[in-house]
Each structure stands twice: as C-alpha cells, then as structure tokens.
Design a binder for this molecule. Structure first.
Ligand code: UT7
Length: 325
C-alpha cells in the first residue's frame, strides 16, 4: 500500500550572538543564578540585536535547513512561520521570509499558538502535504520574546529568550510499513478557558499597543505535566506504539522541572530527553527546532530513529508530533 508521508529532509537553527546570563539578570532584577537554575534549569538566554527582527532569525534558520536538505528555496511551496512576536501586526512575517528567499510560488502564513506554535505548524504542514495541496514545506519557529517581556517582573523576564529553528518537510510516496520515514502521528489540543493564565496585555484591537507578557507561573506549571503527559499518550496510541519505542523526546524547552515531572509520569528514560533550555531559556515556538537541531548536529538523532516532540503554551494550547527520522 502506497502512502504519502511528510519526511523531514533537513533542519537548521539560529541564535542571536548576545548572551545574557543569570548573573547579568541579577543586576537588572532581584534574582540569582541559584534561584533561576534550581527552579527552571536555565543558565543563559540569547537576546536579539536592536536591528534583528523575528524575520531575520527565522530566515537564518530556514537557510540552514534548506542547505542541510540540499534543496533550493525554489523547491518550497509552503512556508509556515510559528511566532507570537511577528515583525508587524500584519502582513504575516512568513511573507517577509518568503520574499527574502526569493520564492514566488505557493503560500506563506504565520501560525499563532504561542509555545505550541511549532507543533501546530508541523501538524498543519503535514496535513497540507498528505492531501497533496503542497509538496515541500518550510516550518519555522522564530521569536523575539525579549521585545514583549516586562524587564521589571522577575517572575517572567528570567524565563524567556530569542531564537529560531526550522525544518524542511517533503511529501514522499512510501510503502506504508513501520519503518517508513516521516510524520507518523500528530495531535493538537487547546482550551481557551485558561487563556488568562499566560497572555500578553496588549494588542491591536484591545489597547493598540504591543503589550507585555503576563503569566501565572504556578498555574501553567500545574497544568503542564498533566496536559503534556496525556497528549504524549494519545499520540503514541494513535500510532499504535509504546513509550519504549521512542528513541528521542524533543520537548518544548520551558522548564527542566516540567520535563522531569513528565518523564516520571509516563516512564520516559531521562537519557532519551533532549534538553537545551539551559542554553537559551524558553524561546517559545523556536525551542523545539532549536533542541532538535542540537540533537541532530551532535549525532544523537540518527536515520530511522523515532522522535517525539511535544509542547504546551498560552491559550492553553498543547500538542505532540511523532516522526520517524
Ligand atoms: O511555555 C510555557 C511557559 N511557561 C512555563 O512553562 C512556566 C511554568 N511555571 C514555572 O516554570 C514556574 O512556576 C516558575 C519558574 C515560573 C516559578 O517557579 P515556582 O516554583 O512556581 O515559584 P513561585 O512562583 O511559587 O515563587 C516562589 C517564590 C516567590 O517568593 P515568595 O512569595 O515565596 O516569597 C516569588 O516571589 O520565588 C519568588 N520569585 C523569585 N525569586 C528570585 C519569583 N521569581 C523569582 C526570581 N528570582 N526570578
């Protein structure tokens, strides 16, 4: 039986050069390296230069992904940019990336699901490719969260950072066997009753300002482990696979304690979890492809490996994608 699968042909990432350590932050707000590292696992984050926009970060990651996929930008007919920090309210920042890459075909649009944005983007692209509407997609997560932080609020400004990551997906006709590469299953969820637990207090229609990030950290934490664990179980069930079959867990990098809690709850071997939150903090939609790129670059993720990605973020939104590398 022939099936169409969305195969990941390459991935890339970009981090701005300016490093902000926990020590640096302790000079801005009443905090310490000890508190941040112990509660979150974060050691440092990157901050975009004044003239660097989300589109610049996303473009750099996209170019690397295309190079690794050995593809020309002209091969791409779909760009999905997951971001909550677009260059402007409109047009979609994805169209800036499309223009910079010189692409004239297909469609480019932004995806807004906050920290779950990359998972939402992957699932959306997968469905477009599987139904035959597009052939090759760039899915990018890019954020400049430093621009929407309240730098006087120690409970949030220590958590986030800037960065970008990207993958190139290609629709391939495969045999319909267990070893086929590509996205095997995806699952998306949201529950708008919790939208006030993690939000930005501004916007074009409400305040006509950009606003600043606000979060009830304890509440987000409380829901995170439960939601992430259940979406992992649902996704594995959809694929008919057990947690032991997974080679690498590449989670949204928000907080190491959430990852440890999830691992305990569903019985994931901690050696299989890719953790990069120490190096770049929570980069929202960019964090999964940043972590994925690290594990591909250092040789952990190999052809044929089963990789599970998951995220939870504002909305609340959450989701997971299971892929054979
Ligand atoms: O992508 C999803 C995005 N969000 C998340 O994943 C965040 C989920 N939540 C968390 O990661 C945790 O709730 C935090 C890391 C945000 C906070 O950790 P916590 O263990 O829940 O701390 P807390 O909010 O209960 O605060 C404990 C204490 C408080 O002081 P008092 O009231 O006990 O005196 C805070 O004022 O820690 C204080 N505190 C800080 N102290 C030093 C809060 N932020 C800081 C700080 N440095 N940066």
């Amino acid at each position: 039986m022939t099936i169409i699968r969305s195969v990941i042909r390459g991935c890339g990432a970009y981090l701005p050069s300016r490093v902000m350590t926990n020590e640096d932050l302790s000079k801005i707000v009443d905090t310490s390296d000890e508190w941040i590292a112990e509660r979150t696992g974060i050691r440092e984050r990157r901050i975009a230069a004044d003239d660097e926009l989300t589109s610049d970060l996303g473009l750099a990651a996209a170019r690397q992904a295309l190079e690794r996929a050995e593809m020309d930008a002209q091969d791409i007919d779909l760009i999905i940019l997951a971001t909550s920090t677009p260059d402007q309210t409109f047009p979609a920042t994805a169209t800036t990336i499309q223009a910079e890459l010189g692409i004239r075909l297909g469609a480019a649009f932004d995806m807004q699901a906050v920290c779950s944005g990359f998972i939402y983007g992957l699932a959306t692209a997968d469905n477009f490719l599987k139904c035959g509407q597009h052939k090759r997609a760039l899915v990018i997560g890019a954020e400049t969260f430093s621009r929407i932080l309240d730098w006087e609020d120690r409970s949030t400004c220590v958590l986030f950072g800037d960065g970008a990551g990207a993958v190139v997906l290609e629709a391939q006709k495969l045999n319909g066997v267990a070893t086929d590469r590509g996205i095997i299953a995806s699952r998306l969820r949201s529950d708008g009753r919790y939208r006030k637990k993690l939000y930005v207090d501004g916007g074009p229609s409400s305040t006509q300002t950009v606003g600043r990030l606000r979060m009830d950290g304890r509440e987000v934490f409380r829901h995170a482990v439960t939601n992430i664990s259940s979406i992992i179980e649902e996704t594995l069930e959809l694929a008919g696979l057990s947690v032991d079959a997974v080679d690498w867990f590449v989670p949204h990098q928000a907080n190491k304690r959430i990852l440890d809690g999830t691992a305990r709850k569903i019985g994931i071997d901690s050696d299989k979890i890719v953790i990069t939150v120490d190096k770049h903090g929570n980069t929202s939609a960019a964090s999964i492809p940043l972590a994925l790129n690290t594990a591909v670059e250092d040789g952990r993720v190999q052809d044929g490996d089963l990789v599970l990605m998951e995220a939870m973020g504002g909305g609340f939104t959450w989701g997971a994608v299971l892929v054979r590398w």
